[in-house]
Design a protein. Structure first.
Length: 128
């Protein structure tokens, strides 16, 4: 049986892929800190995170979760993300995501990827 934080992580990704903001909000702390590659500062707060994801509406994401390690405080996931814009432009990258949970709620997230940050940054530049 998977740890509850591993299940929460999987549920969050399902919500993100379906663009179910209301469902995701139930699992994310109002004070979340979301560290994103290419941003100097984390996105702070649930409202700011919802706003960030509202700017990605023209993307078709696909995420393959290779593995998840979880305990009562942290979840580490190995993923491959593929993004496609309506224009047909794509980017694919492997990432390690580290998430901190408190009482079943996501409170902080970091992502580390093997893609050249410039490539990923260029892909997302017009939606930032």
């Amino acid at each position: 049986m998977a740890h509850r934080n591993a299940e929460t992580y999987r549920q969050l990704y399902e919500y993100f892929l379906k663009r179910d903001v209301e469902g995701a909000k139930e699992l994310i702390s109002p004070d979340v800190r979301w560290h994103e590659a290419g941003l100097a500062e984390p996105i702070r707060g649930l409202d700011a995170l919802v706003e960030r994801f509202s700017t990605t509406g023209n993307l078709s994401p696909d995420v393959d979760i290779h593995d998840i390690l979880a305990n009562d405080e942290h979840t580490i996931a190995l993923v491959t993300a593929r993004m496609r814009k309506a224009s047909g432009d794509t980017v694919s990258y492997k990432a390690v995501e580290v998430m901190h949970f408190e009482d079943g709620m996501l409170t902080e997230r970091w992502a580390f990827m093997d893609a050249a940050p410039e490539d990923v940054q260029a892909f997302f530049a017009d939606i930032s």
